[in-house]
Write a new protein. Sequence first.
Length: 122
Amino acid sequence: MEEIGKQQLNQGGAKGKPEKIPSPKEEKKDTSGFAGKPFLRREEFRGWLRRPEAYKASGLPETERVKLEKELFGPKYGFFIGKGEPEKALKKMKTEKFKAPTLAEKAKIEKRIRLIERFLGK
């Protein structure tokens, strides 16, 4: 009987309540287009822009989306796009949106912003 008493004491905490087992911390998954990489090749970014999900996010046709890649990340960025560069471009587009004189231009910039935010996983 002493063995059964010891087992019951080991299973419960104070006053016979079961002990709480700490849950393992879940790792945050990178939902951005970088997929955990520190940089991305321009061709990979262009391929992401050609996906159907990119159209659903922005409503821009494929030619406009590819043109956006050339405007935002031109030759000055080289072959690779770092993690901070799309965020800088997003910030720049948000300031352009407020400077746009017409509603049509603001709507076009808003579509581009939504596309980059989707890429960043926001």
